[in-house]
Design a protein around this ligand. Structure first.
Ligand code: PEP
Ligand code: MG
Length: 759
């Protein structure tokens, strides 16, 4: 047979399928007609359809094999050529079927006279639910166009199967586990903890409902429009800050752009529509083909690019099908482990907290805001997991071990049992921390360490009583802005601050004025006039924005002043780089206070002003600033990124520098000692304070106040009670003067020798 062109082979078969599908006959009759049509279209002596039933692949229809074998011949998954295709979800194309090691002969089918064999999986929701195959007496390999035609037909069959309920969903789930078996993925621990749940993709993959088009011209215009819209979206993402809505990086955006304008890609999609497919099916068809080709090339760089193309094809599919929302907008149905390349903090906050049990990211870093939010929500996060999206399918059962940095997909029962035992132990341990709730953290030598918690949402507040923290050392007010669709009005701000103070009771709350910009982008506030920033973390953010957009700060000042009426208001300013910025921000508050006074509004009893030390330059002028300060809060997340010139959101740098580096510890000690003698409370409020070893080091250089993530309050209180401060201070002094090869190792040994457990 001479191979027809790809377009005409597929078109011919699709035209006859169109009639079959539109007929009012039952599913079995349709399947019988399908095998006839394909057999004819591909000039093949045999064409058969096997479908999953009760865990086996059953011959449902055939042209060319013995009809007595229909509903009799059954293959196990992995058995014979058909079972192998279902198990691996990969096609086979063989000139001599019997030569294949998995060949298994079924006498009842009478297939012994056929030599060549080609088969493709019939896929539904990313899982093979059946196999479509053709056989021929001549020993020849099928042409690529014929395989492609088979794959197109397999898509049509998948729709028929779904509509006619020919395959049991439970069978599919079972098969899912058998198709690839367990896979262990490893990554970087971003938020510790254990969780189980089903995988849900943040950007849901689209299930194609209609494969065959009634009006190809209409499909063409839909796809043209979708391409335009997709290109527009990408241009827009690229013009926004580095961490746009989807959290994509520049590099990824460049690749997106390259594919979005790739003539070859759009041409192939258009050709597929010309064969009679819907726009959705055509996009998927082209994607399948690309996937198949890429699989044959073993190159990690190409594999990464393949993910980008998958992202983009999925985006195009979502545009074309109008299914634009993330998984959050569709609602979570059961305990969920969220799968994404990256997320923005606002996107994470859209999820139902009761069902979201864990997050696995392909990217991510310890101090990215999405990770801070997850930590505040008590949701374990594993980041930097390579190959995540190829190993995990939507709905897969997952065991997330973000204590040890791994996740198991489709775990076998003994693994599940072992995991559950560990899970129970870890819950016990959490319960033991809960016992420390009312215990004040004194060191062995009798020094009281203040252990406060970081918060940002109303939902965080119950943790204050649950952990017994000494107060809120950092309330990130911008979180309210991040979760709102529009700029929160003053009344809403006041209400939140008042509620927070109410819940806190006698415990202090330190409100930080909005820190937007950087990776905290507000879609509704074009704070940067829409201009692209090369380095948003060092750009127009935090106090820099607030002082320029005085209206924003004024409104917030008034909301805070009114909310704290009759109490002490603790307010601090982020990213202060020079003392005048502190003065200017303070002045906004003072003038609002005077204004309210004139209106005879109730006022706070007192206001304590503080600054965050996040910009290294401020350390050089602390002597000038200290007399004006009630407190200084060291934000080690930003401070260390600026000390090392290492972007805190860049996954490539996530593990490069250690908080326990001599540079950081010497710097922090210098700041701490420069304030000795001033009546200024010094707190560390960055993530490092919540890690046991880092907290030890901080205590060792004289830090007595920590504000940390709520989940760390218990563990840090327990740690404090085991520490002899003079002994620790002596060790730290020595190490900072004569650094050991690794401060981390030295401190770990020191702690272990004293029975102090570290992370
Ligand atoms: C910090 O920078 O350390 C800090 C606490 O602020 P944020 O993480 O919100 O930037
Ligand atoms: Mg900061």
């Amino acid at each position: 047979m001479t191979a027809p062109s790809a377009v005409s082979a597929a078109r011919q078969i699709l035209t006859s399928l169109h009639e079959v599908m539109a007929s009012r006959s039952n599913a079995q009759t349709k399947l019988n007609s399908v095998v006839e049509a394909i057999g004819q279209g591909l000039d093949s002596e045999v064409c058969s359809i096997y479908l999953l039933r009760e865990g086996m692949l059953e011959l449902f229809a055939t042209k060319g094999l013995a009809q007595e074998a229909v509903h009799v011949t059954r293959m196990d998954i992995g058995e014979g050529l058909v079972g192998t295709i279902a198990e691996t979800s990969e096609m086979l194309n063989l000139a001599e079927a019997t030569a294949h090691p998995d060949f298994s002969y079924r006498p009842e089918t009478g297939e012994d006279k056929y030599h060549s064999f080609a088969g493709v999986p019939i896929v539904r929701r990313e899982r093979a639910v059946g196999v479509l195959c053709v056989q021929h007496a001549d020993p020849r390999r099928y042409e690529e166009v014929e395989i492609e035609a088979l794959q197109t037909v397999a898509m049509v069959l998948s729709e028929l199967i779904a509509n006619a309920d020919l395959v049991d969903e439970e069978d599919v789930a079972l098969l899912g586990a058998r198709q690839t078996g367990p896979v262990r993925l490893t990554g970087l621990v971003l938020v510790k903890g254990l969780a189980t749940g089903n995988a849900v993709y943040h950007q849901p993959r689209i299930t194609i409902e209609h494969v065959m088009a009634d009006d190809p011209a209409a499909e063409l215009s839909r796809v043209y429009l979708a391409f335009d819209k997709m290109r527009e979206q990408i241009e827009k993402m690229a013009s926004q800050a580095e961490f746009g809505v989807g959290g994509e990086h520049d590099e990824v955006l460049e690749t997106y752009k390259m594919f979005a304008y790739d003539e070859g890609w759009s041409r192939r999609i258009i050709e597929a529509i010309e064969t009679g497919l819907t726009a959705e099916a055509a996009i998927e068809r082209v994607q399948q083909r690309t996937r198949m080709r890429m699989r044959q090339i073993d190159d990690p760089l190409l594999a990464d690019r393949m993910h980008d193309l998958e992202d983009l094809a999925n985006r195009l599919l979502r545009i074309v099908s109008g299914q634009m929302g993330t998984a959050a907008s569709q609602g979570l149905r059961s305990d969920t482990i969220l799968i994404a390349r990256n997320l923005g903090p606002a996107e994470l906050l859209e999820y139902d907290k009761r069902r979201l049990k864990g997050v696995i990211l392909e990217e991510g870093s310890l101090t990215a805001h999405v990770v801070i939010v997850a930590r505040a929500m008590g949701i374990p996060v594993l980041g930097r997991v390579r190959g995540l999206r190829s190993a995990v399918r939507d709905g897969d059962a997952l065991l997330l071990d973000a204590d040890q940095g791994n996740a198991t997909v489709r775990a076998a029962p003994p693994m599940v049992e072992a995991f559950e035992a560990r899970f129970a132990k870890s819950k016990e341990r959490q319960a033991s921390y809960a016992k420390l709730r009312d215990v004040e953290p004194f060191t062995k030598d009798g020094t009281r360490i203040t252990v406060m918690m970081n918060a940002g949402l109303r939902d965080d507040m119950p943790a204050l009583a649950q952990t017994g923290a000494d107060g809120i050392g950092l309330f990130r007010t911008e979180f309210q802005f991040l979760v709102s669709a529009t700029l929160p009005a003053r009344e809403r701000q006041t209400r939140l601050y008042r509620d927070v103070l109410e819940v806190a009771g006698d415990k202090p709350v330190v409100f930080r004025t909005v820190d937007i910009g950087g990776d905290k982008v507000l879609p509704y506030l074009r704070h940067n006039n829409g201009e692209h920033e090369e380095n948003p973390a060092m750009g127009w953010r935090a106090l820099r924005v607030a002082l320029e957009r005085e209206g924003l700060l004024k409104v917030q000042a008034r909301a805070l002043l009114e909310a704290a009426a009759g109490r002490t208001l603790n307010v601090m300013f982020p990213m202060v780089s020079e003392p005048w910025e502190f003065d200017a921000a303070r002045e906004v508050f003072e003038s609002q206070r005077n204004y309210l006074k004139k209106l005879k509004k109730p006022l706070p009893e007192s206001i304590r002003y503080g600054a965050m030390l996040e910009v290294p330059a401020l350390a050089e002028t602390l002597d000038l600033l200290a007399p004006k300060l009630s407190f200084l809060s060291i934000g080690t997340n930003d401070l260390t990124q600026f000390l090392f010139a290492a972007d805190r959101s860049n996954p490539k740098l996530a593990e490069r520098y250690d908080w326990l580096s001599i540079a950081i510890m010497r710097f922090l000690r210098r700041v701490q000692t420069s304030l000795v003698g001033h009546p200024v409370d010094v707190t560390v409020c960055g993530e490092m304070g919540g890690r046991r070893l880092e907290a030890l080091a901080l205590m060792g250089i004289g830090i007595r106040r920590l504000s940390i993530t709520p989940a760390a309050v218990g563990p840090i209180k327990e740690l404090v009670r085991k520490v002899d401060l003079p002994e620790l201070a002596e060790a730290m002094t020595l190490w900072l003067a004569v650094p050991p090869p690794s401060l981390r190792e030295a401190l770990t040994e020191w702690a272990e020798a004293r029975g102090i457990e570290v992370d």
